[in-house]
Design a protein around this ligand. Structure first.
Ligand SMILES: [Zn+2]
Length: 375
């Protein structure tokens, strides 16, 4: 057996794989930071071989509760990602799988590659309703892409949707794909109305460097981008620096920041509740958005999420809180599971790219319901 990860998004350290039935691996830390949880590797020469793959350092990863009731994803064609039996004993994560083909890829969640990102940008810009802007360069020299959907005009609502500040949360870009596809469908009545009355500024991948490097949480300088919003710099966090600068030009009436949560097996929203300047009007809007989203998608729920933050106690370095305060607008973090949804589980795929896409589409129904009251 060979195990390799020298490709876009790859992450694994090989310790001892002499016995495929008792192989030992470790997850590599994000560069210049101690975060780790994302893994993605290929096992070769394994057809019909009963594999037992131990990830020995799982117990000291960034979010150990993330491994409880978690199942890894596997793929033979890198298109369809299915779940495989996975155990966690409090220390090691163990994947047990007998592949049907010579090579198989394993990952924490269905990867979203840089090539696919570029295909997404290319496909969107072909639409007459979409323009592409290059916001700037990342630390590793990658492009930071912005898609503008709809024609800017006075009186139109300004909606920002950003995804994947944390690069290992690939579900965020899968969700973005569904949202963009629907917005650009000129036979979708909700999309047509939204673009008639609003302009969308969408950043499908806030952290292309961390994504390519196979990081969980940080960019090329070791910065956690979702703690950089108060004082981003071109050197340390150019991704946030460029996006914030563009937001200052457009103004913001609505901001959705899309993430994944390692531990909680639910889709949920974290709002700006701890922001000192937040108004009842904005909190009521959030409430209604969540109710509309739940009605549009049974994969979303209201019961489980993060604990409410006391007034004035919010961490103001995050996108959601910073934007809510700076623009006095509805600003939310949407979290999706790495595992599955407890209320609507899917045995074969768990939470999956297709389900992410559909939740992305459903978000537009919720937004449609409150659009006129955003300002
Ligand atoms: Zn996140």
């Amino acid at each position: 057996m060979q195990i390799t990860s020298n490709f876009d998004g790859g992450n694994i350290l090989v310790r001892d794989i002499a016995d495929p039935g008792d192989a030992h691996l470790e997850i590599r830390r994000d560069n210049q930071s101690d975060f780790y949880q994302w893994f993605y590797f290929r096992a070769s020469g394994v057809r019909d071989t009963p594999l037992v793959l131990h990830i020995d350092n799982a117990g000291t990863s960034s979010y150990p509760p993330g491994w409880k009731d978690y199942r890894a994803v596997a793929s033979y064609d890198r298109e369809q990602w299915f779940r495989v039996p996975t155990d966690y004993d409090g220390r090691r994560l163990t994947i047990r799988h007998t592949p049907d083909h010579d090579s198989v890829w394993y990952a924490y969640f269905a990867p979203y590659s840089h090539e696919r990102h570029q295909d997404l940008i290319a496909a969107c810009q072909l639409s007459p309703r979409c323009r592409h802007e290059l916001l700037g360069a990342t630390v590793d020299g990658r492009d930071l892409d912005l898609l503008v959907l709809g024609e800017p005009a006075p009186g139109k609502r300004v909606c920002w949707v950003i995804a994947r500040q944390h690069p290992g949360e690939t579900m965020a870009e899968w969700l973005m794909e569904g949202l963009l596809e629907r917005l650009l469908d000129d036979e979708d009545p909700v999309a047509r109305q939204l673009l008639a009355r609003a302009v969308f500024y969408c950043v499908p991948n806030m952290n292309p460097d961390g994504s390519f490097r196979g990081n969980l949480r940080t960019n090329a300088t070791g910065a956690n981008l979702n703690r950089e919003w108060q004082e981003p710099t071109r050197e340390r966090s150019p991704e946030v620096y460029f996006v914030r600068k563009r937001m200052e030009q457009t103004g913001v009436d609505f901001c959705l920041d899309v993430h994944g949560d390692e531990a909680l097996p639910y889709n949920f929203i974290a709002g700006p509740d701890g922001v000192a300047s937040i108004t009842k009007r904005v909190l009521d809007l959030q409430d209604e958005y969540e109710r509309l989203l739940m009605r549009s998608s049974p994969d979303f729920q209201l019961e489980h999420g993060y604990d409410a933050v006391a007034p004035g106690a919010a961490n103001m370095t995050m996108c959601t809180t910073f934007i809510a305060d700076r623009f006095g607008c509805l600003s939310m973090t949407l979290e999706q599971p790495f595992k599955d949804t407890v209320d609507s589980p899917h045995e074969l795929f768990g939470w999956s790219p297709e389900r992410c896409r559909k939740l992305g589409r459903a978000n537009l129904d919720a937004l449609f319901g409150i659009l006129d009251r955003l300002r």
